[in-house]
Design a protein around this ligand. Structure first.
Ligand code: ZN
Length: 164
């Protein structure tokens, strides 16, 4: 079965930067599962997977605009520290370089701490991988037709997908 809209795809990936350094990999755990054609995946990855089948292994290199976007210069914001989540322990303090999660109107967003004061923290809201040319080594593990429920929800259920 080929990957088309309304199929649920399971795949493994290894993500590398331009220097070939590994940034992330799914191989230690379950493959990732997603519903194809519903904007659940990076645009460039979804495009590369279209029409592929289980067992296919290939690589795709994405420019920033097909991946996490260019670095935005106006992405630095000051937010109250109580709005940041993700401290390793409740008594820990925010330090430059740490990654935090902020709830926004568009959902949760990952940010990087630039400067931490007592009540306000300066954060960079660019995604950590913004501005990078990324190579994905992809391996399609399984392709199946989506259930009506999955199409209705707009996401995959089961292994690697959403659990309700
Ligand atoms: Zn669901």
């Amino acid at each position: 079965m080929k990957i088309t809209d309304k199929t649920v795809v399971q795949f493994h990936y290894t993500l590398k930067d331009e220097a070939g350094e590994e940034l992330e990999s799914s191989h230690a755990g379950d493959p990732l599962a997603y519903l194809h054609g519903h904007n659940n995946m990076l645009v460039g990855v979804e495009k590369a997977l279209t029409d592929k089948e289980a067992g296919d292994k290939f690589s795709v290199t994405l420019q920033p605009e097909e991946a996490y976007g260019e670095i935005q210069a106006d992405a630095v914001q000051r937010v109250p520290s109580k709005h940041l989540q993700g401290l390793p322990t409740p008594s820990a303090k925010w330090k430059p370089g740490m990654t935090a999660v902020v709830n926004t109107e568009q959902g949760q967003k990952q940010v990087t701490v630039i400067k931490a004061g007592k009540f306000m923290v300066t954060v960079d809201t660019n995604p950590p991988l913004a501005g990078k040319v990324l190579t994905f080594d992809l391996e399609v593990v399984d392709v199946r037709a989506a259930t009506d429920e999955e199409v209705e929800h707009g996401h995959a259920h089961g292994v690697g997908g959403h659990h309700h």
